[in-house]
Ligand binder design. Structure first.
Ligand code: MTE
Ligand code: HPA
Ligand code: MOS
Length: 767
């Protein structure tokens, strides 16, 4: 089966929010954001903006009809800032005009006076100031302090990990239509329609059932719209409610990058202890998260950082300190991996540093410490159906790891300025929201009289293929062709209380709910078939390829006829399914429990070549063995693995998110922020799915795939580092990401200083 929307996508016929013809008299809103990163608003003058021809209204905090407060976990944010601003671009006012151009022009007429307060952009500084979103927390297993004395090697270090801009193709946007009786219909580019409803409920003072949110598909979300799409939808809704006209709000790229949050940068310290054989005995890590100005999802992201601190390794003594530090940047938010990638980068750094100190290859330490069946994570969960070692061994064998090592070694002997490096990157990622109540899904299935089927679930299509998966699951469970199934838009009047489409769990949760709905309808259909065919036990009946079968033998009765007969006999042809993941629990206070239904495992082998005189490099290959369980649609799943890898590689190498000390984003356009493109991807990219894998928690035996493969991208950092070390074994290289070509060059030659006179002549002089 192809991706269900491919024929529309390639012809440009898929309707994204902007492609739906606008309703008549639709107005356009533009957001006025704070020009400074921290301060008290002394005055706000909107009159000149109001006077611009074509402007319909200008709103500020005073106009918010309900309670001016929102936030997914801690309600610490205002829709429009009333008295204080905390980051550059924080929304302060809304201009509504006849065209987006007029709205933006009038926005330039707004006058604001802010008395500045000190700006903090560094998480360690915020930590020293005692400015946290939540008190620092520690989770541990065993006794780290007692374990150091048993170690032959104890190695310490620190990491500075960069953030990441989502670069979804479709920027934040929403369109709101006023409906009778003070109701609103909002079309939004959001991963979380229910979050938009809940926030609008408080901010606009409307009951939730008065706010209908509809989402056909997103031009990408990647976590950036898990919660930060909410405010734009509410703003459009607020304007539509007050003006009783349709209102659209679209951020352009510049506004989007400046106003919205990104992947959290982290600053981390690690200490790792090993015996002489390379067995890890103790690991102590501190994560200082750069949370940005407000709470947003930061505490939840940090929770996942904590539980993924040991990646796919078993370590008997572990201590993890984590603190979300408040800075004057846009609130950082969900991004594919949700705190997991930062955690895995630190443990890999610790292992690599230990390897360098011990003179033992990193892959030997990695291999000696891989998790095996039944071992416990330090948060209390026992690992089940563990395929960590299987994927590792299969990657080493299938991709001829020994051969690669020899080839790289001889290449490095023969070449001076070009050096090769490689790294193995194991991943182990927990599947389920760490927030217990979000682990539920819903599905509404209709079978129509002609045998066609409509499916609505709580899942949002953001390019990851949820619609394809839902159609596949419904069709296979019914026993009919996928062509009969249409997947509807995601709509809050058909599915209530949806969880965000996130945590890679959307297919699991909504697919299992779809199976439950389909089974209810099938039950009635089988009853009718049994009567029709004169069979006593309806349990013998199955539908295969649209034909009713009894004990595996085909009968004359077809799907279409059966549906019509069921309708005429007044059988139920619609059903709602609700699924809640069984067996999970997690105590947020102690950090202990069984937060995940299962884990996803895999291993990636990466090879790079670095030009050590210029800093530039190519990624020669990335070869992956990934445990996907039983794939629903291998093409869609492969697309997810490759796309996630691309984002992981970009995060580690090219994507250099920069803010200056005043909290201004310097990489706020795609000319100054480099995302990886198809040319950057490895020429040799292999994705093998682990064979004979299964998963009882995934619909039809599948495993979640959206986020885990992003972390394969971490391997490139250590492959580059190994190539750099081959050139310059003495260099004290740091563990700071991203490792841009510029930074590779500076790192390799940091013992060489540019002196002022020689800089003019472009001469490097050894210090
Ligand atoms: N793939 C595409 N094409 N576009 C996206 O926005 N988001 C990722 C991943 N893959 C994303 C994507 C993120 S962050 C998550 S959590 C999952 O998809 C969400 O979808 P799933 O739960 O169906 O895997
Ligand atoms: N992953 C993604 N999104 C989330 C999670 C999670 O674990 N918890 C709450 N939102
Ligand atoms: Mo994904 S970061 O859970 O939206």
């Amino acid at each position: 089966m192809k991706h269900i929307d491919s024929h529309l996508h390639v012809r440009g016929e898929s309707q994204y929010l902007d492609d739906v013809p606008p309703p008549t008299e639709m107005l356009h809103a533009a957001v006025f954001g704070s020009p400074v990163a921290h301060g008290n608003i002394e005055s706000l003058n909107l009159e000149k903006a109001r006077a611009v021809e074509g402007v319909v209204a200008v709103f500020s905090a005073k106009d918010v009809p309900g309670k001016n407060v929102f936030g997914p976990i801690i309600q610490d944010e205002e829709l429009l800032a009333s008295s204080k601003v905390n980051f550059i671009g924080q929304p302060v006012a809304l201009v509504v005009a006849e065209t987006p151009e007029i709205a933006r022009k009038a926005r330039g007429e707004i006058e604001i006076e802010v008395s500045p307060l000190p700006v903090v952009v560094d998480p360690r500084k915020a930590y020293q100031n005692g400015d946290f979103i939540k008190e620092p927390g520690t989770t541990s297993m065993g006794d780290v302090d007692a374990a150091w004395k048993d170690c032959d090697h104890v190695v310490e270090g620190s990491c500075e990990i960069g953030g990441q801009e989502h670069v979804y193709l479709e920027t934040h946007r929403a369109r709101a239509l006023p409906k009778e009786d003070r109701c609103l219909q909002i079309f939004a580019s959001t991963q979380s329609p229910a979050a938009l409803q809940e926030a609008a409920h408080v901010l606009l003072g409307l009951a939730i059932h008065k706010i209908e949110v509809d989402v056909k598909r997103l031009g990408g979300g990647f976590g950036g719209k898990e919660d930060q799409a909410t405010q734009w939808g509410v703003m459009a809704g607020m304007c539509a409610l007050i003006l009783q006209k349709p209102v659209e709000l679209v951020l352009n790229r510049l506004e989007d990058i400046q106003m919205s949050g990104k992947r959290h940068p982290y600053s981390c310290d690690f200490k790792i202890g090993l015996d002489s054989e390379g067995k890890i005995l103790a690991y102590d890590v501190s994560h200082y998260q750069n949370s940005g100005a407000f709470a947003d999802l930061s505490t939840s992201v940090l929770e996942r950082t904590v539980v993924h601190s040991t990646n796919g390794y078993y370590i008997p003594n572990v201590r993890v300190m984590a603190v979300p530090c408040r800075t004057n940047l846009p609130s950082n938010t969900a991004f594919r991996g949700f705190g997991g990638p930062q955690a895995m980068f630190v443990i890999e750094s610790a292992i690599n540093k230990a390897a360098e100190v011990m003179g033992m290859p990193a892959h030997e330490i990695q291999a000696k410490n891989l998790l095996t069946e039944g071992q416990s994570f330090f948060y209390g969960q026992k690992v089940k159906n563990c395929t960590m070692t299987e994927t590792w061994n299969e990657a080493c064998e299938t991709f001829d790891f020994e051969g690669l090592r020899e080839r790289v070694e001889s290449f490095n002997k023969e070449n001076f300025e070009h050096k090769k490096g490689f790294a193995l990157m194991p991943i182990c990622f927990g599947i389920s929201f760490t927030t217990f109540h979000l682990n539920q899904g819903n599905s509404l299935v209709h079978v129509y009289q002609d045998g066609s089927v409509g499916v609505t679930t709580g899942g949002i299509e953001m390019g990851q293929g949820i619609s394809t998966n839902m159609a596949s699951i419904a069709a296979r469970t019914f026993g009919i062709s996928e062509e009969r199934v249409k997947v509807e838009s995601t709509n809050t009047t058909r599915i209530a209380n949806m969880s965000p489409s996130a945590a890679s769990a959307t297919t699991d949760l909504n697919g299992n709910a779809t199976i439950l709905a389909v089974e209810q309808i099938l039950d009635g259909l089988k009853e009718i078939a049994a009567v029709d065919l004169g069979i006593e036990d309806k349990g013998k009946i199955q539908i295969v390829d649209e034909v009713v079968c009894c004990d595996g033998a085909k009968t004359e009765l077809t799907w279409k006829d059966l549906v019509m007969k069921s309708y005429l006999n007044r059988k139920r042809l619609s059903a709602h399914g609700h699924y809640a993941t069984p067996g999970i629990h997690f105590d947020k206070a102690t950090g202990q429990g069984n937060p995940f239904a299962y884990h996803v495992f895999g291993t990636c082998l990466t090879e790079v070549t670095v030009d050590c005189l210029r800093g530039i490099y190519t990624i020669d290959s990335a070869k992956i063995v990934h445990d996907i369980g039983r794939p629903i649609n291998p093409t869609v799943d492969r697309g997810q693995v490759e796309g996630a890898l691309a984002q992981g590689l970009g995060w580690m190498t090219l994507e250099d998110l920069q803010f200056n000390d005043e909290g201004r984003c310097l990489s706020h356009a795609l000319s100054t922020y480099k995302a990886p493109d198809v040319y950057f991807m490895p020429d040799d990219l292999v994705v093998n799915f682990l064979e004979n894998s299964d998963n009882k928690f995934g619909p039809l035996g599948t495993k979640a795939v959206g986020e885990p493969p992003l972390m394969y991208g971490i391997g490139v950092f250590f492959a580059l580092r190994n190539a750099m070390r081959a050139f310059s074994p003495q260099s004290q290289l740091d563990f700071n990401s991203p490792l841009t070509p510029e930074r590779v060059l500076m790192e390799l030659h940091k013992d060489i200083q540019l002196i002022p006179q020689s800089r003019e002549k472009g001469v490097l002089v050894e210090s």
